[in-house]
Design a protein around this ligand. Sequence first.
Ligand code: D5M
Ligand code: FE
Ligand code: ZN
Length: 572
Amino acid sequence: MPQESHRRLVQELTSRGYNAEREAVTLLANAGNPELAAEAAADAAGDAFVVTVDHARTALEDDLLGGDPDSEATPDELSHPETPEGAPDLAEKVPTDMGGENDPTPAEELLTDDGDSSPESAEAGRDGSVVSTGAKNSENRSKEAGSGVETEGSTNSSSPTATADAVGNRSPPAPEIANDVTGRSTGTGQYEEFVGTFQDRYERLSGLLRGRVNHRPAEAIQSMPGGSDAEMIGLVDDIRSTASGHWIVELEDTTGTFPCLIMKDRAFAPLVDDLLLDECLAVQGTLADDGGIMFVDSLHFPDVPRTHKPNTADRHVQAALISDVHVGSQEFAQGAWDRFAEWLHTPEAKSVEYLLIGGDMVEGVGVYPDQDEELDIVDIYEQYEAFAEELKKVPGDMEIVMIPGNHDAVRLAEPQPAFTEELRDIMSAHDARFTGNPSTVTVEGVSVLMYHGVSLDEVIAELPEEKASYDEPHKAMYQLLKKRHVAPQYGGHTRVAPEETDYLVIDEVPDVFHTGHVHKLGWGKYHNVLAVNSGCWQEQTDFQKSVNIDPDYGYAPILDLDTLDMTVRKFV
Ligand code: D5M
Ligand code: FE
Ligand code: ZN
């Protein structure tokens, strides 16, 4: 067990977005003032994600031995970019002529709401023990015992190893990876850089809407006479209600902002509840007599075309979609994991050739207050070593793809780059593929948008219960698909890093959208895109108990890549 001073130091560093080498922690903990040492070490580490022994030495030389209390270290701005209240002004430092491009994206539906309101009941498989979703079961999250989810035998929990594989004949083609920020991060964390990110977001999302409205720049609308018809595409800059209960949605493009009034009695008024700041919208309407506001007649989201036809594999092959393993936590569900890994070695799982892991491999250190009280392994590297041991139990001939989550030792701000070389080395047994969060991973022709899911907390907090809730996490995912952005709202709970490209935009409609993070299992189809939130491998933590989160642990959603039907297997 490390000393209390070590823990505090590690916590201090992680709260600033850094992990630390064990020796660095020891060095810093022995300093006269460990707190100041942590600050100085963070300063010395700069853009790095891990505080090394060298950083610690520099910190001790420069700051602590001199005991200079004025040497305030600032946290690394890239790891923790400033998140001021609102998004930066899009028009800042931006040429004003951005309204002319016309992307011929086909027009899609008007006034769509969440588009999937036909949940269908669980359908038992032939043996009454497997629940699947396919074209018919567009939603399904029944998981109780006897409800149809397969429970895997709990009799033998010996741990097979990669070499002792009973199947042994998988040879899946390598997945293709796109939209990965790894190695391409351009941001240094300066506030001004967000202007570029938002400009890119606006360009790409407005491109999806330009076929549907004849966009005029805000500046042009401002000088149009009262009573004119007007159409505009903008990012939501503000949402407020009027004294009489109508809504004013302020839209911003690269030339300025314009207020749009949504009357409370319009059929689409309830859609205002679904809006998040900084998402992209198109409106059509008429200007008031004085030309100062637009009365909105229709509202459009970038959305997924209802006609979207997902790709499928041309052979029978399956992928297990999991996330949130949380190795290192006292609540890691070891038994369930072992049974899952063991099942993968059985003939029944021989078609499961891919394992996609959506982040939170380990529990991490200092992620949440008081988290250390529930750690089984307190050293972050030892956690990855333990995770690597768990991974070795999975058949060696499976293709594994991993993205990081908010508990992992990469920068917290999204898009998160893939695991560093050092961590990859630790997890190297399988020759897994490591990619950023989010990334699009194409397996057997099926594109899977993998995103850890931190923004789901925000979508669930902001939207009405029936649109997004912890019990139906897939519905929160539908909202992200509709907004064509995995983390629309800036400056809140989800940390966003400024990049020249907004990697969080959902450019191409994926065939499958896979998230985790909220530790709840839920899946369903939204305009033919299968959305899967994959549960976790961690039993309820004290925090979760205190806020009544009842995690779905020990389930493995198994996706048929040839039909996009899903089967959930239960290992608890
Ligand atoms: O988070 C799992 C889920 O639990 C996710 O919905 C966030 C929530 N969670 C867990 N711990 C906390 C604390 N301490 N504060 C706020 N929200 C929390 P994961 O990050 O995957 O563990
Ligand atoms: Fe998690
Ligand atoms: Zn998480």
